[in-house]
Design a protein around this ligand. Structure first.
Ligand code: IPM
Ligand code: MG
Length: 363
């Protein structure tokens, strides 16, 4: 098969982890006889430096024409000036919006040999296997107004959390359908006891549930959900929630797997690519990690598993996706760990050494 893939290394450890995935894609294309046309483009801070735009026109054009996009990370202290007109994160948010990627899938599936890498007790982690569907193109991330202004002689700032029915409906439908493919249970997370936007969220999800009467639906308030993710993580199957809550809860949930560095994600919508599969942006959930950028110690697993998700969801290559996931499973079982995953007495290895083991096993 032929597919067009855009890679966006971005900032910080982004280029380091993307490099590994690029090698994996090359190997997969040889092994399974595919033609991946890979094009690299700028996004985030590096795009501000080179093009004075966190999402240059050429990047959005290439992404719109591609079958799938693989992204590293954006952001860093260099571009953190609060008064700056442009921020790296605008590149990522703009891309999600431009491609209409309203659902971000974040699977949480701890590896059996990484249980000790998590601060949670083993008994809590056994049987944990759930997926968070984070609404990605609405809510407080995009609501207007979002500004600073002067009121009664002092500076005031505000953001707007806004959802309309159709935005909630489409992500809820996607989550119900996903729950049907899994164990048939959906948890919707909101803050309906305080926020009007959450009351609408709950109302619409409850309405959509009538068309999915085979799925068991539970509503949870976000504060309680944050706690239950630690006290009873194994009881979740699919969680659907608003943009901001999903952002926060998935960083928390990543720790169930031992490290934020392990978590992949897929951002998809209803638009199809030239192959007839959902168009998507695939990226690890960790950020640019400026504190370790350039040290060669970043964990590439989140990006590699994102690559597997890309092959599965946007290219229809299930066997190839499984082959990658199996190799990650194997190297972890064999005890290979980057710095973020080592326990006392374990040896840490570099990104490059780990990727060497992965590529060797994939062969
Ligand atoms: C994520 C990240 C982004 C977000 C940042 C980099 C804008 O934290 O993908 O979870 O908040 O969506
Ligand atoms: Mg985040």
């Amino acid at each position: 098969m032929k597919a067009k893939i855009v890679i966006l290394p971005g900032d910080g450890i982004g280029p380091e982890v993307i490099k590994v995935s690029q090698k994996i894609l090359e190997q997969i294309s040889h092994k399974f006889d595919h033609q991946f046309e890979i094009e690299e483009q700028l996004i985030g801070g590096i795009a501000i430096d080179k093009e004075q735009n966190p999402l240059p026109h050429e990047t959005s054009k290439a992404c719109l024409e591609a079958d799938a996009v693989l992204l590293g990370a954006v952001g860093g202290p260099k571009w953190d000036d609060p008064t700056a007109k442009m921020r790296p994160e605008q590149g990522l948010l703009g891309l999600r919006k431009k491609l209409d990627l309203f659902a971000n899938l974040r699977p949480i599936n701890p590896h059996h040999d990484l249980i000790s890498a998590s601060p949670l007790k083993e008994e809590k982690l056994l049987g944990v296997d759930f997926i968070v569907v984070r609404e990605l193109t609405g809510g407080i991330y995009f609501g207007q107004p979002s500004e600073r202004r002067v009121v009664d002689g002092q500076i005031q700032s505000l953001d707007t959390m806004v959802y309309n029915e159709s935005e909630i409906e489409r992500v809820a439908n996607l989550a119900f359908n996903l729950a049907r493919e899994r164990s048939g249970k959906l948890t919707s997370v909101d803050k309906a006891n305080v926020l009007e936007s959450s009351r609408l969220w709950r109302e619409v999800v409850t309405r959509v549930a009538k068309e999915h009467s085979d799925i068991e639906l539970e509503h949870l308030l976000v504060d309680a959900a944050a706690m239950h993710l630690l006290t009873r993580p194994a009881t979740f199957d699919v969680i659907v929630t608003a943009n901001l809550f999903g952002d926060i809860l998935t960083d928390e949930a990543s720790i169930l797997t031992g490290s934020l560095g392990n978590l992949p994600s897929a951002s998809i919508g209803n638009q199809l690519n030239s192959l007839g599969y959902p168009r998507g942006v695939y990226e690890p959930i960790h950020g640019s990690a400026p504190d370790i950028a350039g040290l060669g110690i970043a964990n590439p697993i989140g990006t590699i598993l994102s690559t597997a998700m890309m092959l599965r969801h946007s290219l229809g290559l299930e066997t190839e996706a499984k082959a990658i996931e199996k190799v990650i499973d194997d190297v972890l079982t064999a005890g290979y760990r980057t710095a973020d995953l080592v326990n006392d007495g374990e040896t840490e290895i570099s990104t490059e050494v780990l990727s060497g083991h992965i590529l060797e096993r994939l062969d």
